[in-house]
Design a binder for this molecule. Structure first.
Ligand SMILES: O=P(O)(O)OC[C@@H](O)[C@@H](O)c1c[nH]c2ccccc12
Length: 255
């Protein structure tokens, strides 16, 4: 069976190697200033937060939205009450660093750099692009890397959303002091989603962490179920970019 995550990670190694030879880490370090933890200032345990994702394409489903640019999506989300934006920089999602930097110029909300981080270089790069937070996917990192990358993000004033999909990932996430844990309802091998995944895993999370349910949220009803179960927020891409009225859907899912 096709393993989409493994394919993406294999390509990512080459992408990072090419980026390093174009702009060495030392050069990035000389350019950047630490951020001010804008995600953790905004997200409080017990509040409800929508992270709205600028997602034009998915590797499993192909093109999701042909009518809007990433910048247009970002503007609608911000005007319609999202707490934060997630912007892909990986080409499988039609993301790129340039679009991320453009969104940074356009909006004031905190921005999550959505990518597959396998090397500390990408964390410094995220800060250079103006990210407030990064995604760390437990499945593709060792527990030691997870901790190390979390501290690297913190040293740059950025927050990290540590993503888990099953009990083993959750255990790894809980072994770090991660403040934000994202339960991905999507199996990253098959890309199938089911919000039941969050409901199943929530009891094993510790209640001091901010818990975000990611992927496969398509309605206010889904959001309501997740909120009632104890989530502090949701991360939504497809459910927004494919809806007929993106602004109205953003408003519905924001509270
Ligand atoms: O479009 P959705 O089903 O609402 O999902 C958004 C987001 O959770 C998803 O893009 C995502 C979360 N973590 C990932 C890791 C890899 C690829 C994609 C993702």
């Amino acid at each position: 069976m096709r393993d989409i995550l493994a394919e993406i990670v294999a390509e990512k190694k080459a992408i990072v190697a090419a980026a390093k030879s174009k702009m060495p880490l030392e050069e990035i370090k000389a350019k950047i200033k630490p951020d001010t933890f804008r995600m953790s200032k905004k997200f409080k345990k017990g509040d409800w937060n929508l992270i709205a994702e600028c997602k034009l394409q998915s590797p499993a489903k192909g093109r999701l939205n042909k009518t809007h640019t990433v910048e247009e999506l970002a503007r609608i989300y911000e005007e319609s009450g999202a707490s934060m934006l997630s912007v892909h920089t990986d080409p499988h999602f039609l993301g790129c660093n340039e679009d991320f930097a453009k969104v940074r110029q356009l909006v004031k909300l905190p921005l999550l750099r959505k990518d597959f981080i396998i090397d500390e270089y990408q964390i410094y790069e995220a800060r250079m692009l103006g990210a407030d937070a990064i995604l760390l996917i437990a499945r593709i990192l060792t527990p030691a890397q997870l901790k190390e990358f979390l501290y690297t993000a913190w040293s740059l004033g950025m927050d990290a959303l540590v993503e888990v999909h099953d009990e083993a990932d959750m255990k790894a996430a809980l072994s770090t002091p991660a403040e934000f844990i994202g339960i991905n309802n999507r199996n990253l091998k098959t890309f199938k989603t089911d919000i039941q995944q969050t409901l199943d895993l929530l009891p094993s999370a510790d209640s001091s962490r901010v818990l975000i349910s990611e992927s496969g949220v398509f309605s206010a009803e889904d959001a309501k179920v997740l909120r009632a179960a104890g989530c502090d927020g949701i991360l939504v891409g497809e459910g927004l970019v494919r809806s007929e009225n993106i602004g109205a859907m953003t408003r519905k899912l924001s509270h």
